[in-house]
Every structure is written in structure tokens, then in C-alpha cells.
Design a protein around this ligand. Structure first.
Ligand code: SF4
Length: 301
């Protein structure tokens, strides 16, 4: 019988997502002509759908946008994309998260000092594409330990190591260890963002209190998937769900030992989806479960 519902201390929208959404709302309200978001402003269907309803268009390539304003998502893009949009006469509004832009600056500076960069991240993620585009001849992407170990010896090269903002800090620590064994002189730039670290730590805080963790977020959201995989590693049961409708009541049925459930949400998940999950869990408990909101000391990140 479900008795307690814990909400993670840090969950949901981060600074970069809040900023990108505010920029998009502001642009949609002020722009005279068409407004188009390049790809997804953040990786969450509810947010993407909200802007669709406000007549903000979506395109997957600059080639598909003929006029008006083009908004660059929180994940950022390569300079070529911005140049291509400007050359077409589009007004570019850049909602790239400042913590992603910071990686561009770190890489540009390291490259100017003669470094070749190894970027540890998902090769098919928008953030990675934007990062690579900032110094494509000087960056090699590794998406796994195996890919890292398979890289050349590069004995005469100065090397730098950067990492996807949403990576897990323990995984990155292991990557740093491997990299240092292979290239003792490599310069390490920890570019994991604070919001990611806080949300991951909040899962570890939840885990000992609960029998099951629900992470609210999209399958396309790297940080939500990461929270779900951390939850799976520290809790008996964990599920990544897009909405409250995906909660299966049998997870809490007779014969299960789920007395307490933990709820978290990825950095691109709107709070209303979290509230709907809390409401659904309360219904499943017959209104008997106590909801415990772990206090947030800092709501700015
Ligand atoms: S998760 Fe971090 S890097 Fe990504 S948008 Fe949020 S604050 Fe920026």
C-alpha cells in the first residue's frame, strides 16, 4: 500500500530551459512575421506542443525556413547554422544555454593554445553537434569508454577533455581516469552543468527512502534518461514516464512492496506534468499517501 510520495529536492526546469522558454515566449509576442524554432526548443513534447499552439513553427533545418525569425534552441548550434540563417535574411534569436556557450569558449581557447579536444558525449545529440561545429577540425567525439580507449595514442599532441553538460559525474570521473592513464598530460575541463549534478544528487538522496522512483521526462531528453538510469542503479524499481497517464497502477498493486515512491523530473520537464503525476499517485493510494516535498534551498539553477 502506497503510504508516502517523496518529491526530489531538485527536479524539473533548470536555468537554461527557463531562459530558452522565456526568450521564445518574448520573441513570439513581439515578432511581426513568422517565428520558427530550429528543432526542439527543449527536449519535452509538452513544451514543444505549447509553442505549436501559439503558432510558433518548428523546422529541422535552416533550408526549410524562408523568412521571419529563427530561434536557436537551448542546446545550441554550430556557427555555420547561424551564418546560414543570417545569409538567408532570417533574424536569429539565440536561446543557447550560457553553460553550453561556455563550452564553446573553453574549446575555442584550448584550440587557440594548440589543443586537440576529446569531447565525451552522445554523438547524435544536438548539443554535441553544436559543440563539434565550433572547432570541427580540432574535436573528436567519444561516446563510450570503448570509443575513448580506441582513440590513437596522439603522442605529440596537446589534448583537452570536455564532457556533455548532462553526463553523470561518476561516469565522467571514470572517463578522466582512463584518459589520464592513456594521455597523462591531457587537460580536463569538467563541463557538466550544476543543474545536472544537483538533480542527480537529489535522486541519490531519494533512493534510500523509497521502493520505486518515477522520473518525469521525455525519451528524447538526455538528462531525464540519465536520471532514470541512475534511479535504476540505486532503487529496486524505476521508470521514465512522459506523463501521469503512463503510470501503471499494477506497480503499486496488491502483492507489491511499494510503500514509498520517489518522483523526480528532467531539466526540460514542466512543473504541471510533475503535479499531475503527484495527483495520480495520490489517487492510486486512495488519497491516503502523504506527499513530502523535500525542500529546495536554491531554485535558481
Ligand atoms: S541542463 Fe544545464 S546546460 Fe542544459 S539547459 Fe539546463 S542549465 Fe543549461
Amino acid at each position: 500500500m502506497l503510504k508516502k510520495i517523496y518529491l526530489a529536492r531538485y527536479h524539473g526546469f533548470c536555468m537554461g530551459v527557463n531562459r530558452a522558454i522565456n526568450i521564445t515566449e518574448d520573441t513570439a509576442a513581439r515578432a511581426k512575421g513568422r517565428v520558427t524554432i530550429l528543432k526542439e526548443i527543449v527536449h519535452n513534447e509538452a513544451v514543444v506542443e505549447k509553442f505549436r499552439r501559439q503558432d510558433v513553427e518548428q523546422a529541422f533545418s535552416v533550408d526549410d525556413v524562408s523568412d521571419g525569425t529563427l530561434i536557436i534552441s537551448a542546446h545550441g548550434v554550430s556557427p555555420e547554422v547561424i551564418a546560414q540563417a543570417s545569409a538567408k535574411g532570417l533574424k536569429v534569436v539565440d536561446a543557447t544555454c550560457p553553460l553550453v556557450s561556455r563550452i564553446y569558449d573553453i574549446i575555442n581557447e584550448a584550440v587557440s593554445e594548440g589543443c586537440h579536444i576529446i569531447h565525451y558525449g552522445e554523438s547524435d545529440h544536438d548539443e554535441t553537434a553544436g559543440i563539434v561545429g565550433h572547432a570541427s577540425k580540432h574535436i573528436t567525439v567519444a561516446g563510450s569508454y570503448e570509443q575513448l580507449l580506441a582513440l590513437p595514442e596522439w603522442k605529440d599532441r596537446k589534448l583537452g577533455l570536455t564532457v556533455q553538460t548532462t553526463a553523470h559525474k561518476d561516469e565522467f570521473a571514470a572517463v578522466v581516469k582512463l584518459a589520464k592513464e592513456k594521455w597523462p598530460e591531457i587537460r580536463v575541463f569538467d563541463t557538466i552543468c550544476n543543474a545536472t549534478t544537483q538533480r542527480q544528487a537529489a535522486i541519490l538522496e531519494l533512493a534510500p527512502k523509497v521502493d520505486l522512483i518515477l522520473v518525469v521526462g521525455s525519451q528524447t531528453s538526455a538528462n531525464s534518461k540519465r536520471l532514470a538510469s541512475i534511479s535504476e542503479s540505486v532503487c529496486a524499481q524505476a521508470h521514465l514516464i512522459g506523463t501521469a497517464a503512463e503510470i501503471d497502477p499494477t506497480w503499486f498493486g496488491d502483492g507489491t512492496v511499494v510503500d514509498a515512491v520517489g518522483v523526480s523530473a528532467g531539466a526540460s520537464t514542466p512543473q504541471f506534468l510533475v503535479e499531475e503525476v503527484l495527483k495520480r499517485l495520490s489517487e492510486i493510494s486512495g488519497g491516503k499517501a502523504e506527499t513530502i516535498l523535500l525542500k529546495t534551498a536554491d531554485t535558481t539553477s
